[in-house]
Write a new protein. Structure first.
Ligand SMILES: Cc1ncc(COP(=O)(O)O)c(C=O)c1O
Length: 470
């Protein structure tokens, strides 16, 4: 396949020695292919995720050949600040020396071994440390490779738990409107994004969605906490009437990221916890996007002082290095599977479950959290991002500037259905990688972003806004 002549013309200009030309000590990565050649070959060979491939005729993918800290580098040496942590996975920068060295060390010893009937040090250490981070309230780590698989595991575990304790009718799941839990059939069944669901509706199980606590839906004069109480009432009523068939409620604590960074008050989680306890329903905290300090506390649910029954983690777990996900559960759930009969066991598996390299990257991530006092440094970083973002609100079409920890977002009033893509390209021209969701622009940078980078990110975002809306 060849591309229409104008396709690569849309790539940021590379030929005029722009300000964002690479100047790092690492230098420009050794070139094997030009930007143009990579675009042509990727479009012929690779089916890119979450993409209408035809749109690449007008909006080509950007070839990246290197990374350094919060920055990505393309084949022509341009640098782009990674304002979205490469789909919310990167925590401590690209090519982080500590994670690199942990991986080098591990690869000399053991890259992978089947985890059924075998074990290894990195998976044991990681499981113990993750459990300790929940104060040992959760544990029995069950691993997979991506977020959606972790969600599948949590759903199956919950339903199978009820079956094992003699309540086989509890097979349904309650979800929050606008929630997103992944693309596999089970995860999509508990997600509420029409664009992703509709084509696959015949494959999906029906879940029951309740009101989202998104504070943007609060009435005039109603606080976020009051609105959280009102939204929780919807769930309380549902559980009261349908507790006999509902196995679990699945929630993204504090921020529904894919729902245009919908943020809510921690009071919502406290109410959900009480309702779940009262009606004998599991609370699944999907912390795939919000765990590992993203919202301020190590796990987002900790801001509410509650403990879920099951928790899913992925994305930041390896600092954005390796595919890894995990489900932690309460001991009571594990014990319901612990029996002589094989069929009472949790007979789920993935080939790469507990991959040793991925676990060693995750251990390096936990080491960095311990040695660098990341959570308190992030509090200062987040304050700087919010302060630097204030002038954005001067634009008449910018609304709802909001922040939870290291996630900052604002909504742009526009009818342009291509706003997101046009903004994305305008930001690239500014040496900045942002990827609005609909008309919501957000910053979710790696935790190594410096004050100078923050200035670059916010001023680039403002210029991209002006040029997109012009
Ligand atoms: C809250 C949440 N759950 C699950 C997923 C799915 O994870 P993955 O894309 O790794 O399958 C995502 C992905 O964005 C997510 O944000």
């Amino acid at each position: 396949m060849t591309m229409p002549a104008n396709t690569t013309d849309k790539l940021p200009r590379n030929d005029e020695a722009p300000a964002n030309r690479v100047t790092s000590s690492k230098g420009i990565p050794k070139k094997t292919m030009s930007n143009r050649e990579m675009v042509e070959r990727t479009l012929a060979a690779v089916w890119h995720p979450c993409t209408q491939m035809k749109s690449h005729e007008t909006f080509p993918p950007l070839p990246i050949v290197g990374g350094e800290g919060a920055w990505l580098i393309d084949a022509d040496g341009h640098r782009y600040l990674d304002g979205i942590s490469s789909w919310w996975v990167n925590l401590f920068g690209h090519c982080n020396p500590k994670i690199n060295s942990a991986l080098h060390e591990q690869i000399e010893r053991l890259e992978h071994v089947i985890l059924a009937g075998f074990t290894h040090e990195p998976v044991i250490a990681l499981s113990e440390r993750l459990s300790a981070l929940t104060n040992h309230e959760l544990g029995h780590c069950f691993y997979a490779s991506d977020g959606s698989s972790a969600v599948e595991i949590a759903l199956k575990m919950s339903m199978h738990y009820w079956r094992n304790i003699g309540q086989p009718n509890k097979t349904r799941f309650a979800t929050i409107s606008g929630g997103y839990h992944g693309e596999t059939v089970g995860a999509l069944s508990v997600s509420d994004v029409a664009l992703f669901r509709d084509a696959y509706a015949p494959l999906l199980r029906e879940s029951i969605a309740v009101k989202s606590p998104d504070w943007r839906d609060a009435s005039e004069g109603e606080s976020a906490a009051d609105y959280a109480v009102r939204a929780a009432h919807d769930l309380e009523q549902l559980l009261e009437t349908q507790m006999a068939e509902i196995a679990a409620v699945i929630v993204e604590p504090l921020v529904q990221c894919a729902n245009r960074m919908a943020m809510h008050d921690p009071e919502y989680l406290r109410r959900v916890r009480v309702a779940c306890d009262r009606h004998g329903v599991h609370l699944i905290a999907d912390e795939i996007a919000v765990g590992f300090g993203r919202t301020g506390t190590f796990f987002a649910h900790q801001a509410a002082g509650v403990i879920p029954d099951l928790m899913t983690l992925s994305k930041g777990i390896t600092g954005g290095y390796m595919p890894l996900s995990v489900v932690l559960c309460r001991d009571q759930i594990f014990q319901a599977f612990y029996a002589d009969e094989i069929s009472r066991g949790f007979l789920h598996s993935h080939s790469y479950t507990g991959n040793a390299l991925a676990c060693s990257a995750a251990l390096a991530v936990l080491d960095i959290f311990e040695s660098d006092d990341v959570l308190s440094t992030n509090r200062a970083r987040a304050r700087n991002i919010l302060a630097a973002s204030q002038p954005l609100q001067d634009h008449l079409r910018v609304h709802n500037l909001r922040q939870t920890g290291m996630i900052t977002a604002f909504d742009v009033q526009t009818d342009d259905p291509l706003f997101s893509r046009r903004y994305h390209f305008a930001a690239l021209e500014e040496g900045l990688m942002l990827r609005p969701i609909g008309n919501t622009v957000y910053f979710m940078p790696p935790y190594v972003i410096t004050d100078t980078d923050i200035e670059h990110m916010i001023s680039g975002a403002r210029r991209a806004l002006l040029s997109t809306l012009a």
